[in-house]
Design a protein around this ligand. Structure first.
Ligand code: ADP
Ligand code: MG
Length: 322
């Protein structure tokens, strides 16, 4: 597009953060990177497309934040330490105001995670952003989806459900009148990053995933990869006071918590004997962890409320679509 190089040098080549394992970043045909001895490199790509993942009219700062946060969340779920990111961005026109605000959401989050933008591609086209993040994990210490065992406890970080309520507010304008609508909308875009938790869980969690499609859907990835079942206690799902007031009651809020996507909290399994020490270390990091269920042998997903079985086998996400 016209002014492509100008846009790149003005907006994408000025990150203050300079890592010493980046031998060459933007300006040549490839970036040149130094990989640390003894580490595996975790790589993940995610796209955000206008009209699918965010509204064309969404605040560009939030889009920048969300694009990176959703990628960082995949690193967190593997227990990786963030290092590098590359960006393919497609823009309908060279809208400098939009780019400026996008960068205001993107770079502070990148800097906060010691994540350097090392290259990318800038083209004209429908608005979309594709990021590839790279992180380091000591050889063999990655948190996989495949290690959950019968009797392990299922835990989640933070509080669930706010992101789904925020999405409702974005898509159904009359819901702006409900309690805490603006707060919940902001939470949809600005999830907390769980990198420190993921790194702390190395060598402890038997499996881990980030909640991007909703707990009820994502726990099934752990089930399938680990060849186990799971039992979730609906009444234990952690929900915010704002969500309870938005929904008018806790039970409804916990239904949101079960299916809410784009939470970017971690869901992981832990052998019982590690429960106390992990809870304590999480508290030191200022992160709320909640035990929400346990791994069972049969390959079903069961739901309990107040210790009563209310669903013997949840078939999948569709079952819960409202
Ligand atoms: P090439 O034509 O060789 O692919 P480009 O003209 O696409 O190179 O890009 C020029 C330089 O700018 C490259 O080093 C590329 O990595 C960098 N770059 C392009 N777009 C971005 C972007 N959105 N973010 C970061 N770096 C970018
Ligand atoms: Mg190119």
């Amino acid at each position: 597009m016209a002014g492509e190089f100008e846009l790149i040098s003005k907006y994408f080549a000025n990150q203050k953060l300079k890592r010493n394992d980046v031998a060459l970043s933007q300006g040549d045909d490839c970036a040149l990177l130094l990989s640390p001895a003894g580490s595996q490199i975790a790589v993940s790509t995610d796209s955000l497309v206008a009209g699918t993942h965010f509204l064309q009219s969404a605040d560009p700062k939030w889009v920048g934040h969300k694009a990176l946060a959703s990628n960082i969340s995949d690193l967190a779920a593997m227990g990786a330490e963030p290092a590098w990111v590359s960006m393919a961005i497609s823009l309908p026109k060279p809208d400098e105001k939009w780019l400026q605000q996008f960068c205001e959401g993107f770079f502070p989050l990148a800097d906060a995670h010691n994540l350097q933008l090392i290259g990318g591609d800038t083209t004209r086209g429908p608005l979309s952003i594709t990021l590839t993040v790279h992180g380091f994990i000591p050889q063999g210490e990655a948190l996989l989806r495949s290690g959950a065992r019968e009797g392990d406890k299922i835990l989640v970080s933070g509080q669930l459900g706010d992101s789904h309520a925020g999405l409702e507010v974005i898509l159904e304008p009359h819901k702006r009148l409900l309690a805490h609508a603006a707060t919940l909308e902001a939470r949809h875009y600005c999830a907390e990053s769980r990198i420190r938790l993921g790194m702390m869980l190395r060598g402890k969690a038997s499996s881990c995933i980030d909640i991007s499609d909703g707990l009820v859907s994502d726990i099934q990835h752990i089930m399938h990869r680990s060849k186990v079942g799971a039992r979730l206690a609906l009444d234990k799902l952690p929900v915010s006071q704002e969500l309870i007031e938005y929904c008018l009651d806790k039970e409804t809020a916990q239904q949101y918590a079960l299916k809410s996507g784009e939470e970017y909290e971690l869901c992981f399994t832990l052998p019982q004997h590690l429960l106390e020490s992990v809870q304590q270390q999480a508290a030191e990091l200022g992160i709320l962890l909640t035990e929400v269920g346990e791994i069972i042998e049969s390959d079903t997903l069961q739901l309990l409320r107040n210790n009563q079985l209310i669903e013997k086998d949840v078939a999948g996400f569709d079952h819960f679509r409202t």
